[in-house]
Design a protein around this ligand. Structure first.
Ligand SMILES: Nc1ncnc2c1ncn2[C@@H]1O[C@H](COP(=O)(O)OP(=O)(O)OP(=O)(O)O)[C@@H](O)[C@H]1O
Ligand SMILES: [Mg+2]
Length: 302
């Protein structure tokens, strides 16, 4: 059996690349998202029931070369809701999620068309700095992504240091706040200077969440954040999501229908790159309009 550190050393490079992209890089060269289809910035429509849009995609299409990842997805994301993205493997959930904070910018073959609005502004606009976008729209990946050689403390404050914050008292304060929000503080408060790689898988995932929270995101994107965790760690992260939604808008990808039902306010069902149906989680799970949705949530395929 590999211990945690050994496992981390074997973390696929893509995960380390993802997290460093998330924290550091700006888009450049041909990987940068292409211009919106229409070139027009839409004003988000007022949502029914007075709910405010926090984000919205309009006719969003992501291609990898000639392969379509998602096609023509128009979907609102309301302020301080949990939106669950569900659907069978390969149907475009991760592709959609990564478009929401410009994570495709550094995938050479990826191109993005359509619009992704954050508070009415297209995040792919020419004058938008993707680093700022990724600070406002944080991301947690399926596998925990601590920097293996960094301490727990340095992992949490990595994003702040990158933007030049050096004041120790502020870093200490944010570190404690983020670890508390991620329900990890009590377990690590006496070993903040130990390597993040020495934590269990569930603790590492909460550390990744703490790092994402440290920069105070307005939106949090979570790609199957509990899929590699035991039931106890899963519970803790679900409780955390439940609490977080008072402050943060959350989009979560999950293959676990019970988790989607427990956690989310609205659910979007994807199938072969298309958004098939979206609605309140209650409606999607009790009276879906589309046969494919019904077949998927009742476990008949996928
Ligand atoms: N980097 C890439 N290069 C080429 N094709 C890709 C890449 N990433 C995803 N795809 C393709 O895009 C489509 C959607 O993939 P995506 O990863 O978004 O699916 P998913 O719904 O997240 O699946 P899963 O549930 O297995 O995570 C698939 O056909 C996939 O093969
Ligand atoms: Mg995926």
């Amino acid at each position: 059996m590999l211990n945690n550190s050994a496992k981390l050393l074997k973390t696929p490079f893509t995960h380390l690349k993802d997290i460093s992209n998330l924290l550091m890089h700006q888009a450049s060269g041909p990987a940068r998202a292409s211009k919106p289809v229409s070139g027009v910035t839409f004003t988000p429509e007022p949502a029914s029931g007075g709910k405010k849009f926090r984000m919205q995609t309009r006719n969003l299409t992501v291609r990898y070369g000639t392969t379509i990842g998602v096609e023509d997805v128009t979907l609102p994301i309301y302020d301080k809701e949990v939106l669950a993205l569900i659907g069978p493997s390969g149907c475009g959930k991760t592709t959609y999620l990564r478009a929401l904070n410009r994570m495709h910018d550094l995938t050479r073959i990826a191109s993005v068309t359509g619009e992704v609005l954050l508070d009415g502004t297209d995040i792919y606009g020419n004058d938008i700095n993707p680093v700022n976008i990724r600070r406002r729209i944080g991301m947690v990946f399926q596998k925990p992504t601590p920097f293996p050689t960094m301490s727990i403390y340095d992992n949490v404050v990595a994003g702040l240091k990158l933007v030049g914050i050096r004041k120790k008292s502020l870093l200490d304060e944010v570190c404690e706040r983020a670890l508390k929000q991620a329900a990890l503080f009590e377990e690590v408060k006496d070993r903040l200077r130990s390597p993040g790689a020495g934590l269990s898988g569930g603790q590492q995932q909460r550390l990744s969440i703490a790092r994402a929270l440290a920069v105070d995101p307005e939106v949090m994107l979570m790609d199957e954040p509990t899929s590699s965790l035991d039931p106890q760690s899963t519970n803790r992260i679900e409780e955390l999501i439940h609490t977080l939604k008072e402050q943060v808008t959350i989009v979560i990808v999950t293959h676990n229908m019970q988790q989607a039902a427990r956690l989310s306010d609205r659910t979007a069902f994807f199938y072969v790159g298309h958004l098939i149906e979206t609605g309140t989680t209650n409606d999607i799970f009790t009276k879906p309009k589309e046969t494919r949705t019904e077949e998927y949530i009742s476990g008949r395929f996928g």
